[in-house]
Design a protein around this ligand. Structure first.
Ligand code: PEP
Ligand code: MG
Length: 862
């Protein structure tokens, strides 16, 4: 097997074997760009090293021939003091893992060789500067010594001399540093070949350092790939003022503007730019200083971008006026830049629309829908939670929904801070600019509702100590009182002290272009989860093709409505319940008519009530008293009834269709409300397309009981109104039993569609509570037991496996049954790919995720 490649033996398509960096070095060399000679040790050799497990380099690895080639190319000799070849040893995985693995520079030095450099070049400062860099890096990377004592040596000398900058250090100072470094670590091998073997081993080992493992787990990079190692002749940016080093992008990575962009540091080594030791100069200054070098660099960046068909991130070094290209790769960029670059490249004829679409990071596209923090703004992070609903907001903190409303009415911007939110908080959430909660995950009440409202929300900020009585919020050392100002970023989950400048997101023409590409390609329909006319309107403006889930219980979140709902829940007898149901029915009819109107001509799936009891029962004495007043009963009666209804596991409790089983009158009220609203709109000349969906179904027998009741109520209502229309009925698939018996479910008379409720399905397949799993999911991720939060992204193996089973059974029984998904996963790009691959008809997601789902669905089909 071939373990070592010279640059003319590889190319850009060999990333798996030579790593991204190595493959691109080969390609640049092929394009005859000035790349310092190098050889690459393959990723397979790295795997061989781990397999052998001896702690030594694989016995079969031999790079003498290639090292000789480097010597011949450079005219230098490795280990020869008269004309020494120094090399860099760098990691390079098949996928970019910036900064995660190790690198050793300036390798091949010892006392004798340093003296040789001084003798031949007369540049003592350069020789000692380079030597101290090597000793420092080798001690850190290969020998695992603490960096700090080394840094202290340099600071001490600077302090003694009253200087601040590395540039002010003289030859004798670096010489002193070298002396001290050797005292700190007298064991750096002096044999250059031993150094080289040590460095290669260290790079191999770094594939499995904690950082790298975590990075791979978060980015879905397989552990089994291994890293390549490139060994390359050094080019020096730190010899004198005719040298320098820099990083450049073929387009602006922040705005996407098609303008060569970069930074440059004269008389410095590459690691100085990365470490931010000095502030680099803009490339324009290099253009002034060295016009020819700049012109050459400019030519190469254009050539590389055209060649790779993507924006390039380039590292270069100038040694005595000669340009060397050290690295090129597709550049990381902001959401805004990714869209602009994609659209520009299509206009320029570099990419097809389809290729450009695939370059868009769909999950970052909420940038275009919400105001975002100005990345340049100064900020003090005081806490971190989950990025539950994107956007950024600044405001005075308040601790109750009523305070939020009152303050908002006075024209103040507020952030509602709660331990967790419940339906009573809705008006406060509406009034607030943003919501911060200490508890709750990505599908907690606060998160779901906030996303629905397009309101920014940070949930699960577990370090936050919220005392709503004292009206204080403690975050670590920081103690805040009511009306203190904070800023939250629902896109990152961060919480900041005070005001942070924001930028408003606008209707971006390039973004619209990308959406159109996606729409032209995609096979999945994108519907929305919306419970109010306003949400329906927003979602439609963002491209929703209907409503896949209207949670009818959410229509009762407003204070004047929740009392009707509560009264109904605590009713002791049917007569009483019917009374309250009538009040509820009136609200519902109105709302549904308005929602149907906003979505006129498009399907609107109204789901029967699914109120987990803990979300709707009154909690405090005040609330119980208010309820007692509403229903005209003594407080004690209400208290007893509430106690009776209390459940230990409300999410597995008396909810969904179980209500319909026990209280058929609830279903009847709802079916009538839907039919009557639709009839009203129809008579007004509109084109309503309602559908009715049954939640939390476990057995076809439930449907056999409930569906005919819906049909009868609908038929009766339509007949009364004198309107003829079809209102399809379907079922949610959100429990394992329903999935396992999907054939029976879709085989039920009158069931025309199924919509997977992946929130409850995830909860019930994993046995993780939606509301509480946040407490340990983070730890699971840290320890590599979970690569991602299964409530945010579909678990294709487990939950997805069950979905596949359900689809197979359902399709065998009733081919062509309409299939959708309306859990939170409907707006998550990787999950959207999965649903596309399983031939779903639609995904349904929060209004503000509709554009993301459109792009992801387009990409899935591309
Ligand atoms: C689900 O469970 O995925 C779902 C959409 O319903 P809800 O979130 O209202 O329980
Ligand atoms: Mg559900």
């Amino acid at each position: 097997i071939k373990r070592v490649y010279l640059l003319d033996e590889g190319n850009k398509d060999m990333k798996m074997l030579l790593g991204g960096k190595g493959a691109n070095l080969c390609e640049m060399a092929k394009l005859e760009l000035p790349v310092p000679p190098a050889f690459i040790i393959t990723t397979e050799t790295c795997l061989e090293y781990f397999r052998e497990g001896t702690g030594n380099l694989p016995a079969a690895l031999d790079f003498e021939e290639q090292l000789k080639a480097l010597e011949d190319d450079t005219g230098k000799k490795f280990g020869n003091p008269q004309n020494p070849l120094l090399v860099s040893v760098r990691s390079g995985a098949p996928a970019s893992m910036p900064g995660m693995m190790d690198t050793v520079l300036n390798l091949g030095l010892n006392d004798e060789i340093v003296q040789g450099i001084i003798d031949t070049t007369g540049n003592e400062r350069f020789a000692y500067d380079t030597y101290r860099r090597f000793l420092n890096m080798y001690s850190d990377v290969v020998m695992d010594l603490d960096k700090e004592p080394f840094e202290e040596v340099i600071s001490e000398i600077k302090k003694k001399k009253g200087i601040k900058l590395d540039l002010e250090m003289e030859a004798s100072d670096w010489k002193e540093v070298v002396g001290e470094f050797k005292k700190l670590n007298p064991n750096v091998p002096t044999d250059p070949r031993e150094q080289l073997r040590g460095a290669i081993l260290a790079v191999f080992r770094s594939w499995n350092n904690d950082r790298a493992i975590r990075y791979r787990s978060y980015n879905g990079i397989p552990d089994a790939w291994g890293t390549a190692v490139s060994v390359q002749a050094m080019a020096y940016g730190n010899m004198n003022d005719g040298c320098g080093t820099g990083v450049a992008f073929s387009r602006n990575p922040s705005t996407g503007e098609n303008k060569f962009f970069g930074e440059f540091l004269p008389n410095a080594a590459g690691e100085d730019v990365v470490a931010g030791i000095r502030t680099p100069q803009p490339l324009e200054e290099m253009a002034q200083k060295w016009p020819e070098v700049y012109a050459e660099l400019f030519k190469y960046q254009g050539q590389l971008e055209k060649y790779y068909g993507d924006m390039q991130d380039i590292e270069f070094t100038v040694e005595n006026g000669r340009l060397y290209m050290l690295q090129c790769r597709n550049g990381k960029r902001t959401a805004k830049a990714s869209v602009k670059i994609a659209v520009d490249m299509v206009k320029e004829g570099t990419l097809t629309e389809q290729e450009a679409l695939l370059r868009i990071p769909a999950n970052q596209m909420d940038f275009f829908l919400h105001p975002t923090l100005d990345p340049k703004a100064e900020k003090t992070v005081i806490g971190e939670g989950l990025p539950a609903s994107p956007g950024a907001a600044t405001g005075k903190i308040v601790f109750t929904p009523d305070d939020a409303e009152a303050m908002a009415n006075l024209g103040e911007d507020v952030i509602l801070v709660r331990k967790e939110t419940t339906p009573e908080d809705i008006h406060g959430m509406k009034s607030a600019q943003g919501v911060l909660t200490a508890l709750g995950g990505m599908t907690s009440h606060a998160a779901v509702v906030a996303r629905g409202m397009g309101k920014c929300c940070v949930s699960g900020c577990t370090a936050a100590e919220v005392d709503f009585r004292a009206k204080t919020l403690k975050l670590g050392e920081v103690e805040l009182k009511e009306h203190d100002v904070i800023t939250i970023d629902g896109s990152t989950g961060e919480v900041y002290l005070g005001t942070v400048d924001r930028r408003s997101a606008t209707e971006d023409a390039d973004f619209q272009t990308v959406l159109k590409w996606a729409d032209d390609l995609r096979q999945l329909k994108v519907l929305t989860n919306a419970d109010t006319p306003e949400q329906a309107k927003t979602a439609r403006s963002l491209g929703a093709q209907g409503i896949g889930l209207c949670r009818s219980e959410h229509m009762f979140f407003a204070p004047e409505r929740i009392s009707a709902m509560r009264a109904m829940i605590v009713s002791e007898e049917k007569k009483e319940r019917l009374e309250h149901l009538e009040t509820m029915g009136a609200f519902q009819r109105d709302d549904i008519a308005k929602i149907l109107e906003e979505m006129d001509g498009l399907p609107v799936t109204i789901r029967l009530l699914d109120p987990p009891l803990h979300e709707f029962l009154p909690h405090s004495l005040d609330e119980m008293q208010a309820l007692a007043d509403t229903v005209g009963k003594p407080l004690s009666v209400v208290q007893d009834r509430v106690a009776q209804l209390q459940e230990v596991n409300p999410m597995l409790g008396f909810r969904g269709c179980r209500l319909s089983v026990v209280y058929p009158e609830i279903t009847e009220m709802q079916a009538r409300a839907v039919a009557s609203a639709a009839a009203t709109n129809k008579k007004a000349g509109l084109d309503p397309k309602p559908e009715i969906m049954v939640p939390v179904v476990s057995t076809a027998k439930e449907l056999r009981l409930i569906v005919p009741r819906i049909q009868a109520a609908v038929a009766d209502e339509l007949k009364k109104a004198g309107v003829d229309m079809d209102i399809p009925i379907g079922t949610m698939m959100e429990l394992p039993r329903a999935c396992q018996t999907a054939d029976q479910i879709v085989g039920t008379e009158g069931v025309e569609f199924m919509s997977f409720g992946t929130n409850d399905l995830t909860q019930s397949v994993w046995g993780f509570s939606r509301d509480d799993a946040i407490k340990f999911i983070g730890r699971y991720q840290e320890q590599g037991l979970l690569d991602f939060d299964p409530f945010a992204r579909i678990d294709e193996e487990g939950v997805g496996g069950l979905i596949k089973t359900a689809l197979e059974k359902a399709r065998a029984k009733q081919p062509g049954t309409k299939v959708g998904i309306c859990g939170e996963h409907g707006g998550e790009p990787k999950s959207v790919h999965f649903f596309h691959s399983q031939g779903f008809d639609y995904v349904s997601c929060s209004p503000f995720r509709v554009p993301i789902a459109r792009i992801a669905a387009g990409q899935a089909a591309a």
